[in-house]
Ligand binder design. Structure first.
Ligand SMILES: [Zn+2]
Length: 284
């Protein structure tokens, strides 16, 4: 089953008087969604007891939970002390994810900083291999996946090929394809052919089972010649990308186990529902 949901809380959720994310699971179920991404982007402040409450509420309402690890992570950093901090952020995110009974943790791998791309990529790879040893020592028996994300700025590590290649390192690595970001890197040229190209690469490199678990971020995003500028809503007609050609391919490739997160500005749940409806209208 393809699941759809928002990253964070929709303005409508707050407008209806809700103040705590504890309410969001029932709210999402009521509007017809089944996935929720909780962001640790600016830090991991969620208490363990609240994470456990989330697990119960999510189960009760049939909502699957994913998390987004802090934005400060940078596995391309040449400074060993900073790398250890990045490792700790990933471990802390995974521990909370486990308490929430979720299984996917989205991670931004890093930035080229002042290095050339190849050098930054090699450092990232080396450190990801190191981290997966830590992962094995702590989470070996847990079904937790680390989901490196495709990025929207040229300075960042994370084209769809880089991410897919890095995910061959370990069974617990599954890509997050953020198609809004991919479209920024393509300067607006993400069409059905290119969607197909990226999915073909995914299946080719990672095999059916992993490809089928792909985590998807979808939103329209404004871009400049340096890449991503800001997230928009599905109503945008200038920047793209369009969801329909992707939905057609998910159906054609029988990718019935993927998860689709809307990262639209302010109305992420309402837009997740639009994506779900678009997808379902094509299934029938
Ligand atoms: Zn992200």
């Amino acid at each position: 089953m393809v699941r759809f949901g928002p990253s964070g809380n929709d303005e409508k959720f707050y407008a209806q008087g809700h103040k705590s994310s504890k309410d969001v699971f029932e709210w999402l179920k009521q509007i017809g969604l089944d996935l929720y991404e909780y962001s640790f982007g600016r830090g991991i402040l969620l208490k363990d007891e609240t994470a456990l409450e989330f697990a119960n509420l999510a189960k009760l309402n049939n909502i699957e939970i994913s998390v987004h690890a802090p934005y400060f992570i940078n596995l391309a950093n040449p400074n060993e002390e900073q790398i250890k901090k990045s490792f700790d952020y990933i471990t802390a995110s995974l521990k909370k994810l486990k308490l929430m009974n979720g299984n996917m943790c989205v991670v931004h791998l890093g930035s080229c900083m002042k290095m050339n791309r190849e050098e930054a990529l090699q450092i990232t790879k080396k450190n990801l291999i190191r981290y997966m040893e830590i992962y094995d020592s702590i989470f070996k028996d847990d079904k937790l996946f680390i989901c490196p994300e495709t990025m929207g700025k040229f300075q960042q590590i994370g084209t769809y090929k880089e991410i897919t290649d890095l995910c061959t390192i370990h069974d617990a690595l599954i890509p997050t394809f953020d198609f809004g970001h991919i479209n920024c890197i393509l300067q607006g040229k993400l069409d059905k052919n290119y969607y197909r190209k990226s999915l073909d690469y995914l299946f080719d490199k990672l095999g059916d089972e992993k490809a089928n678990k792909l985590h998807i971020h979808f939103s329209k995003i404004e871009f400049s010649d340096r890449g991503e500028v800001k997230h928009l809503t599905l109503d945008d007609i200038k920047y793209g990308p369009e969801f329909e050609p992707l939905a057609e391919l998910l159906i054609e490739y029988k990718m019935d186990n993927v998860t689709v997160i809307s990262e639209s500005k302010n109305i992420m749940a309402q837009d997740a529902l639009k994506l779900k409806n678009m997808f379902q209208s094509l299934v029938k």
